[in-house]
Design a protein around this ligand. Structure first.
Ligand SMILES: [Zn+2]
Length: 286
């Protein structure tokens, strides 16, 4: 049986993770708890619950932020990517210190390690899947796009980046659902930025928790704080982000997703347009 068909999954036990917010630079800690079938991923802060769903997205400026009734949960995409990569459908994420998910090393590696240590268990109900039945593309005038197409079951994602930059111009990568591959080849890929952007980011109040250990800084000659973990670490991180943002659909996609020069805002615009289309059917993944 190929993912996303199969039973829903959650963690076998609680997990606690501490760190600092990548953008706020403040201490933060989360506790991830197992959840019953059909819960989805739900963030909890105080007595407010915010489902990991695109309708609760309040901001997509460099990171994906959720909000409800004055409560904000910032930078959810790397944690959501870990849930997606591990095939975990249901969990509560209590956000305790601060309002941002810990940034850790700028990747989803620690989340995956902790989830793997805790163990992942199958639940008694099959997944509801979003089966792509016809090609659908959301694109911008600059040629960037996110598109989906049917692929006879299973899940596949292709991600391509292209910059007009002397060191980083074109990179492309493909992922077919496999938690082992995700944890080894995708989860360790760190967020990245261009050297020229750093001053601008700090001025906007973003990236305050960024340092040479949790972001790959790319200069004209190459990675300034090397070595890179992979030769194509940037596009692997783009894939990590894409998988995390697609989790905001609330159900896994059965089909192939292709993203070209996309980012958080494009991912979210795509989801909204796709849900309003006739390009998919809800199916029981049993
Ligand atoms: Zn990212």
């Amino acid at each position: 049986m190929r993912y996303p068909c199969g039973r829903q999954r959650t963690l076998a036990r609680e997990v606690e993770i501490r760190g600092y917010g990548l953008h706020t630079g403040r201490p933060s800690s989360i506790r991830i708890r197992p959840a019953p079938v059909d819960t989805g991923i739900v963030f909890v802060r105080g007595d407010i619950e915010i489902p990991a769903h695109y309708r609760w997205v309040v901001e997509v400026s460099r990171a994906t932020n959720l909000g409800r009734e004055g409560v904000t949960i910032r930078t959810v995409e790397h944690l959501l990517s870990a849930f997606a990569g591990m095939g975990i459908d249901n969990a509560y994420v209590e956000v305790r210190g601060g309002e941002e998910i810990p940034g850790l090393d700028g990747s989803s590696r620690v989340f995956v390690q902790e989830m793997t240590d805790a163990g992942v268990v199958e639940q008694e109900k099959s997944r509801r899947c979003c089966k792509v039945v016809e090609h659908f593309r959301f694109e911008r005038e600059d040629g960037s796009f996110v598109e989906v197409s049917p692929n006879g079951g299973g899940f596949k994602a292709c991600c391509t980046i292209q910059y007009n930059h002397p060191y980083l111009d074109f990179q492309s990568t493909v992922f077919e659902y496999d938690p082992g591959y995700y944890s080894e080849e995708v989860a360790p890929a760190r967020t990245y930025c261009f050297y020229e952007e750093i001053a601008h980011l700090l001025k906007k109040g973003l990236g305050r928790g960024g340092n040479i250990h949790n972001a790959v800084v790319i200069g004209a000659e190459g990675v300034l704080n090397g070595p890179a973990r992979f030769e194509d670490e940037p596009v692997r991180h783009k894939l990590l982000d894409l998988l995390g943002d697609m989790k905001l659909l609330g159900s896994p996609i059965m089909g192939e997703v292709r993203a070209y020069k996309a980012g958080h805002s494009m991912h979210l615009r795509f989801l909204e347009a796709f849900v309003g289309s006739r390009a998919y059917l809800w199916v029981d993944g049993k």
